[in-house]
Design a protein around this ligand. Sequence first.
Ligand code: BTN
Length: 334
Amino acid sequence: MIPEPSNRTESQLDRVLECLIGNMTVSVSGERLARELGVSHSRVIRLVNRLRSFGVDVQGEPFSGFRLSRLPDVLLPHELGRRLHTGSIGRPLHHLYEVDSTNAHALRLLVRGQAPHGTLVLAESQSSGRGRRGRAWSSEPGNGLYMTMVLEPEVSCSLAPLLTLGTAVAAHDTLERVTGLEIDVKWPNDLMVGRRKIGGVLSELQAELDRVGSMIVGIGLNVNQARFPSELEEIATSLRIETGSVHSRQEILIDFLATFERLYGRFIEKGPSQIIAPWSEVSSFALGKILEVDDGVRRIRGTTDGLNPLGALRIRGSDGIVDEVYSGDVIHWE
Ligand code: BTN
């Protein structure tokens, strides 16, 4: 696990990148960068190499000068701020080059009282990306979207899981709109292309008595990965693998935040049906799917029969009895 990101390094990386973007057509000498940042020459070289490791295509050397061959798809707050038109979601925005986990970082901010409703933590890479049920989330630098939203919904705890389903619906809509791919949502919130996973959602809750205090909602989307480690090859995919082209993470992010904000607003105003209905429409798992779910205690086999009003999956067994499952993993499906 890497330590908490250093603000100094993060802001120096931003400044090197902003300087290179501001001088796209010309080379910027290492000496000039060192002067502008007030750091040593060798520090500039380390920062440039760090940017390269996140997929930023910096050409040249310190003496001939550095330049960018193309605009990088780095999620710089300055650039995102210009294009983001949400009211509260994505504000404030914390961009990090490297972090242990955006969920862990959001929790740290929350504990310090620095994460109001809408806060977004975004990272170019994660060293300990967390998946559901204690699994790891593969977080290749610069190629995926790794982000966490902090929400303070004024709803009772029993309704909180619906926001996780809602996050999957918003991501589904964005990915279909931006790529034209057909995306499925595997219960409860796995984004799928066919039988391979392209994204996931991990929510963590801080409850106060019966109300949801704050919710940490982490989203991982596989965007431009060209391949996955062999152990994931059969079960994971990316937008690039599926479409054969590279996608703008910035465009996906901006669309997702706006889509989520609209859905969130409707949910707070009108209640659970605003999430249950669209989830049931976009997920092939809502109705008539033959599957087996592991809820952590037992395995439930049967055919799906919609969501109950709190978002639990109804599974009808061969004896006709319906189980309502609030959380779990689909381990087999037809
Ligand atoms: C899943 O297992 O399907 C959920 C994966 C969630 C991964 C994202 S990446 C950004 C955020 N930070 C984390 O550590 N995990 C979530």
